[in-house]
Design a binder for this molecule. Structure first.
Ligand code: IMP
Ligand code: MG
Length: 179
């Protein structure tokens, strides 16, 4: 039923236990790096929702959350860096410590755009946390401050990531191929 459109899930790449362990480590790191401060965690919908939910449970400094949704126009515009904000933040971020949480950094175009846009709003600090990094796809200089896992060139689903809106609910990360 979940595999109604024909995609074939391959073997598990990263288990739920590994994700949980890494989320705890990164939550602890963020709390240390921003000790004595408050942090605004901005999740990028939809893909980051589970990872963000996991990481914030391990942050021990005061946390506020907000969300953005963005869309790039597909392959042709990837290189041109055109990204559209579908849902913006509810509040201003001026003077705040912001951590943007992404599902995966591939070309880096989405994050480069987001970073520039958010830096223009005058946060006190801006950091990036991503569940996955796919360095082989990179077309920009951008790098996350906190990376869950580095993956190869395969198309990845699960733990928030989708193909055609499917498989976001999987509690693990796996690669997928056309069935
Ligand atoms: P970028 O702008 O090329 O870095 O693309 C980032 C966005 O592309 C992510 O937020 C994902 O939504 C999507 N994406 C890139 N690679 C994958 C993948 O392997 N699986 C699922 N989504 C992906
Ligand atoms: Mg997506």
């Amino acid at each position: 039923m979940a595999e109604s459109k024909s995609y074939k899930l391959e073997k598990i790449l990263i288990s739920k236990e590994e994700i949980d362990r890494r989320a705890a480590e990164i939550g602890r790191l963020i709390s240390e790096d921003l000790a004595g401060e408050t942090v605004l965690v901005v999740g990028i919908l939809k893909g980051a929702f589970l990872w963000m939910g996991n990481v914030i449970q391990h942050i021990t400094i005061p946390v506020k959350i907000d969300f953005m949704a963005v869309s790039s126009y597909g392959a042709a515009t990837k290189s041109s860096g055109v990204v559209r904000i579908l849902k913006d933040l509810d509040s201003a971020i001026e003077g705040q410590n912001v951590i943007v949480v992404e599902d995966i950094v591939d070309s880096g175009v989405t994050l480069a755009y987001l970073k520039e846009s958010l830096l223009g709003r005058g946060p006190k600090s801006l950091r990036i946390c991503t569940l996955l990094d796919k360095p082989e796809g990179r077309r920009t200089e951008i790098q996350a401050d906190y990376t869950g896992f580095t993956v190869g060139d395969a198309f990845i689903v699960g733990y928030g990531l989708d193909v055609d809106q499917q498989f976001r609910n999987l509690p693990y990360i796996t690669s997928v191929s056309a069935g």
